[in-house]
Design a protein around this ligand. Sequence first.
Ligand code: CA
Ligand code: CA
Ligand code: CA
Ligand code: CA
Length: 368
Amino acid sequence: MTQWRVAAVAVVLGGGGCGDDVATPVGGSGSPDTDATTIGTSSTAGPDSTTSVGSASTSTTAATGSSTDAADSSDASSATGRASSSGSGTDTGTSTGTSAAGSTDTGSGSETSGSESGGELVSACVDIDLGSTLGVTLGTTSPLADDGDPPCIPGVGGRDAGHRFVAPADGFYVFETANSAFDTVVYAMTPSCGDTPIGCQDDVGLADTTSRLQAFVADGQETVVVVDGWDDTQFGPYTLTVDGFFEPCVGEDLGSGAAMTTGTTVGQPDRLAPPCALAGAPDWIVRWTAPDDGGWIVSTFGSSFDTVLYVYEGECTGVPIACNDDESVVVLTSELLVTPGMGNTITVVVDGYGPTAQGDYVLSFSPL
Ligand SMILES: [Ca+2]
Ligand SMILES: [Ca+2]
Ligand SMILES: [Ca+2]
Ligand SMILES: [Ca+2]
């Protein structure tokens, strides 16, 4: 169940005021709870925070969030009890195999590639080791424990199945649960349970409560991909499909300082999905480095389609720290205020609102 946030958003990166803009943190760092189950969740966004993710810093909040979803009202702040289930917590005999590309190795976890730390199901939240294999995994969460909450739905979630995955190359990966028997939420973190979230996704669409998470994962990066239930009534058989294509994170380096680039997203792949808008559009990804400590306006004004902008710290690291769909209620291009700090690099994604939004883009960086 989901609530798509389509409000105008402007977010300060790394501190500094943001004036009177309508501003919404994409996530928050305010959780006092160090429990592994509440990684990077927002403490500010309130009940319709289901699309907020990550670890933004200081922004003030005013989101005129026009949630377009009729969805349920299971308020994140009020949800409490969760199934503890009778599962064993670690390891299970319930996964019914993996398929796809050849060298499968389901159980014991001793895949060839990956980091030194690989090889053992050391984390309590990991139930299945996928190694570096793309493909389809069939499993069930019915006998499993509730080891954690989705970072995009604080305080909710049910029984979950954790999958260790080691990226076989730099690339954009898709983790989806189409054909699962319940209302899933998928999230991922690196390198293990309770660590940095790299994404969280609830519903593919208003009529489809399965999940589709897109994320960049670096070569050899150990990742835990969790299939969770939306709440404690949602569990059972699931299908987790891991797909991806291998490509560096950044398509274009705009250097430092004032910059502008133009191009088209037509014909580009759908690499990543915005946390503040419908997914499915092709996108273009740039790198930019702040020349000073001041605020900078990132804008797609002049683009020919309904754009969405979002920003990662570094190169596709973690989850987006800021996202904006529309500059205003009448301007469907996007604008963000960023303050990365002198010498710091950010990754900016020019995306579209939903699968049909694509076209010619204009992307500019200008001092505040
Ligand atoms: Ca859970
Ligand atoms: Ca869902
Ligand atoms: Ca996209
Ligand atoms: Ca837009």
